[in-house]
Structures are given as structure tokens and as C-alpha cells.
Design a protein. Structure first.
Length: 33
């Protein structure tokens, strides 16, 4: 999935807070569908 790639990419570049934000954002979008 695209969000899985973005999450992994963010984990490699940003800190834990940014990764958590990406995880929450992806969850929000998935649930929002």
C-alpha cells in the first residue's frame, strides 16, 4: 500500500513524532474512506 511506503520512508527520515503523525494520518484516511 502507498501509505505503508510513506510510513516506512518517514520512519527512515524523521523522528518518532513524525512517524507517529504519518501513522495517524494514514489511519484517519483509511477510516475516513
Amino acid at each position: 500500500m502507498l501509505w505503508d511506503c510513506l510510513y516506512t520512508w518517514s520512519k527512515g527520515i524523521y523522528d518518532a513524532d513524525a512517524s507517529l503523525f504519518v501513522e495517524l494520518a494514514s489511519l484517519y484516511i483509511i477510516v475516513g474512506r
